[in-house]
Design a protein around this ligand. Structure first.
Ligand SMILES: O=P(O)(O)OC[C@H]1O[C@](O)(CO)[C@@H](O)[C@@H]1O
Length: 442
């Protein structure tokens, strides 16, 4: 279902190096599965594919059905792990150009602080039936909290007391500002489990509700993850392709590479790259360590960043994420005049042409001394994406442990927040405000 190959990088990383990494991999595996490593309170994601009970799944699906019946639009309010997973799966599995007969459109808010975006949204959806899913595990994240204040007011102006029936909160089971607000307002709620961090939460109701509203089969997604769990929980480098990926990137880092580029050739995977960047960036980028996770979307970016990848500083590795087969594809028509010189491609599918671009780019980048690996899905569907989520999460946790960091915290994210609160004049930040303002230019 999912395969990983590092054969294209074997001149850069030799087989004895993988051999020598095996003890570290085994230790990381034991730490994860025996819950003896750092951050062991946040390992709930390891069992999500098996744990989601029938009741919970049915409640999510039932609420999704209600929204599908009554709404034209679902606004999902959240940032980071509270929206990236759902956005990734929905973009991958629904048509790029939305058709109104395909159920509610799922859109996102609260992922930045731009007022134009909210204004545009209110204008666009003024005459459409709207539901809102506000998602915040902590309940205190500034961007979604501010966006939700605006959206809540707008919903109340439109639906009066009926607004509370159209707003669903996904948050902590017991504590936090959003939990309190939801209880006061009488919103329906879903729970973010205590032991699952935001960036590992796509297979909880955080991701599953918006994904189900978009018409995607969430059971298939979970089945895919369950199958992946069997495959990627095996403590054996030869058998476990998630561990091979973790080993590849770990060894590349040890040999001085500082950037990992995730390259896709399918625009529908663009948002999945965004999800991947948060997963790896927040999990590994700490204590002065970690590969910087960046992404490119080919072939588009072969005409911009491709130049750098081919000939710029040799600091990166590339991980190509490819889809082997496409069910619906177009075939190049033949043309009597052949003025564009493309008749040599007549009858070929666009997918096959894209695959030649994958091969051509990989070989070129290998020649350009970029160690390149390949992750492949047989096809793009809910089951494969469920498996891919588990593959990346498992490889990320393993890489983090081998790197010697806590892959489940994100202390660095707090620094900008403290400064922003101080500069905004939040009570309690008076001293910091003075110091910061002195440092600012007039
Ligand atoms: O769901 P919350 O608590 O609003 O957090 C959203 C995101 O913010 C972060 O905590 C970083 O600020 C991420 O780790 C998380 O995914």
């Amino acid at each position: 279902m999912i395969t990983f190959s590092n054969i294209y990088a074997d001149s850069f990383i030799k087989s004895h190096e993988y051999e020598q990494l095996k003890p570290s991999l085994s230790i990381a595996h034991e730490q994860l599965h025996n819950q003896t490593g750092v951050g062991a309170n946040y390992l709930g994601w390891l069992d999500l594919p098996l744990d989601l009970n029938q009741d919970e799944w049915e409640q999510v699906q039932e609420k999704a059905n209600e929204i599908k019946e009554n709404a034209d639009v679902l606004i999902v309010v959240g940032i980071g792990g509270s929206y990236l997973g759902a956005k990734a799966i929905i973009s991958a599995l629904t048509p790029t150009f939305k058709r109104s007969d395909l159920g509610p459109e799922v859109v996102f808010a609260g992922q930045h602080l731009d007022g134009d975006y909210l204004n545009d949204m209110f204008e666009a959806f003024q005459d459409r039936s709207v539901y809102v899913n506000v998602i915040s595990k902590s309940g205190t994240t500034t961007e979604p909290a501010i966006a939700f204040r605006f959206i809540k007011r707008w919903m109340e102006e439109r639906y009066d007391k009926g607004a509370s029936k159209r707003i669903i909160a996904t948050t902590d089971a017991k504590k936090g500002a959003l939990r309190e607000l939801a209880e006061t307002e009488g919103y329906d709620t879903f729970i973010v489990p205590d032991d699952v961090g935001g960036r590992y939460s796509v297979l909880t109701s955080v991701g599953l509700l918006p994904i189900a509203v978009a018409g995607i089969d969430i059971l298939e997604l979970l089945r895919g993850a369950e199958q992946a769990k069997k495959q990627f929980d095996v403590n054996d480098l030869e058998q476990n392709e998630a561990y091979q990926y973790a080993a590849f990137r770990t060894l590349a880092y040890k040999k001085g590479k500082t950037i990992e580029l995730l390259a896709t050739f399918h625009p529908k995977l663009h948002e999945l790259s965004e999800w991947w960047k948060q997963l790896y960036g927040e999990s590994e980028g700490k204590d002065g360590k970690g590969l910087f996770p960046a992404s490119v979307q080919y072939t588009t970016d072969l005409h911009s960043l491709g130049q750098y990848v081919q000939e710029g500083q040799r600091t990166m590795i590339e991980t190509v994420l490819n889809i082997r087969s496409q069910t619906k594809t177009l075939h190049v028509p033949s043309d009597a005049t052949d003025l564009d010189g493309l008749n040599y491609l007549s009858g070929k599918s666009l997918h096959d042409i894209n695959q030649k671009a994958v091969q051509g780019a990989m070989l070129a980048h290998i020649d350009g001394q970029v160690p390149t690996s390949l992750i492949e899905l047989d096809t793009l569907d809910a089951k494969h994406l469920g498996a891919l989520i588990y593959f990346f999460e498992k490889a990320c946790a393993m890489s983090g442990y081998m790197l010697g960091v806590n892959p489940f915290d994100q202390p660095g994210v707090e620094s900008y927040k403290r400064n922003m609160f101080a500069l905004l004049g939040k009570p309690g930040y008076e001293l910091e405000r003075q110091t910061l303002e002195k440092r600012l230019w007039e």
